[in-house]
Design a protein around this ligand. Structure first.
Ligand SMILES: Cc1cc2nc3c(=O)[nH]c(=O)nc-3n(C[C@H](O)[C@H](O)[C@H](O)COP(=O)(O)OP(=O)(O)OC[C@H]3O[C@@H](n4cnc5c(N)ncnc54)[C@H](O)[C@@H]3O)c2cc1C
Length: 308
């Protein structure tokens, strides 16, 4: 079985940055990614808020540049899904391409936005369907858009989007919000927000770009069309943490609990990026986490060497 000093799980910006730092520090490092290197960035047509690219850059190009930079310092990468992590020293990482061992682990497996699961959503993703207000709000200046959801994230997103959009509809399947009272007060007082209660989205409409939503009233069953240029889906996130729940402490949201050095409840295991508690879910914050987790892993390995 091949033995590494560090194994990084997930090849998004957090994992690629961790890999750059660990391999550049001379640690034998392996990155395991089940899909395309770049992670969620691969779905971002244009990233305009990551510093260093004044004209913006496509997420896939940014991912490929990050990988090239890490590979230059010797980061090895394998395409495989991690299916288990066994506690012990070394840690054993089981994957669909075999098992690997390492003294330290960085988990950077990200999270997935919950989808509406309706017709048109996938086809128009990045063409008016978005899951990230901070990332894409700017593209909807002076437009009419909708936010789907009724929790804290949906209302925070809706308020943030009022900076750009002319009008923001909040579509919620219930007749009251789940968001905190303060957020609700701010939302109800905002002149650009309009609430559509007891409605679900049945279809996202549009040929090349979103131009409307087909809605259904959950009480009467009556259908209607809402004309909008974009829809932000804010119905929750699922962190990709279940594989690690046997050995790590998780928050009740499923995010991995970490301290300020991004150490988890298990010594030698660190978590970075969207998968950890309180992440701001941006490329910049994932990159910062990758740096912190890599340096913490490096320090852990130094300590382990000293004590053995
Ligand atoms: C459409 C879209 C547009 C966005 N635009 C912007 C933007 O403009 N600016 C911005 O700052 N942010 C943007 N974001 C958010 C940003 O992409 C994320 O915050 C960031 O990618 C999180 O990085 P991460 O490394 O933590 O996780 P991810 O990017 O999610 O990467 C995690 C990786 O881990 C892999 N993985 C998961 N489980 C396993 C497993 N068991 N085995 C192996 N691999 C596994 C996944 O395949 C994935 O590639 C956007 C997101 C989306 C979806």
């Amino acid at each position: 079985m091949t033995r590494y000093e560090v194994i990084i799980i997930g090849g998004g910006p957090a994992g690629l940055t961790a890999g750059l730092y660990t391999s550049r520090a001379g640690l034998k490092s392996l990155l395991v990614e089940r899909g395309a290197l770049g992670g969620q960035m691969m779905n971002a047509t244009l990233v305009e808020n990551y510093p260093g690219f004044p004209e913006g850059i496509s997420g896939s190009e940014l991912g490929s540049l990050m990988y090239r930079q890490a590979a230059r310092y010797g980061l090895e990468a394998v395409t495989a899904e991690v299916t288990g992590l066994t506690q012990g020293q070394p840690y054993s990482v089981s994957t669909t391409e075999g098992n690997f061992e390492a003294t330290a682990i960085v988990i950077a497996a990200g999270s997935e936005y919950r989808k509406l699961g309706v017709a048109g959503e996938k086809r128009l993703s990045g063409r008016g369907v978005s899951y990230c207000a901070t990332c894409d709000g700017f593209f909807f200046r002076n437009r009419e858009i909708a936010v789907v959801g009724g929790g804290d994230t949906a209302i925070t997103d809706a308020l943030e989007l009022t900076q750009y959009a002319r009008k923001v509809y909040v579509i919620h399947r219930r007749d009251q919000l789940r968001a905190g009272q303060l957020l609700q007060q701010r939302a109800f007082a905002h002149s650009k927000l309009k609430f559509i209660w007891s409605m679900v989205v049945e279809e996202v409409l549009g040929e090349k770009m979103v131009n409307g939503l087909k809605l259904r009233n959950v009480e009467t069953g009556q259908q209607s069309i809402l004309k909008v240029d974009g829809v932000f889906v804010a119905i929750g996130l699922t962190p990709n943490s279940q594989t690690f729940s046997n050995i790590l402490e998780l928050e009740n949201t499923g995010h991995i609990t970490t301290d300020e050095r991004l150490a988890t409840s298990t010594p030698g295991v660190f978590a970075a990026g969207d998968i950890r508690q309180n992440s701001l879910r941006q490329i910049g914050t994932a990159v910062g986490d990758g740096v912190t987790a890599a340096i913490s892993a490096f320090n852990y390995l130094q300590e382990t060497r000293k004590s053995s």
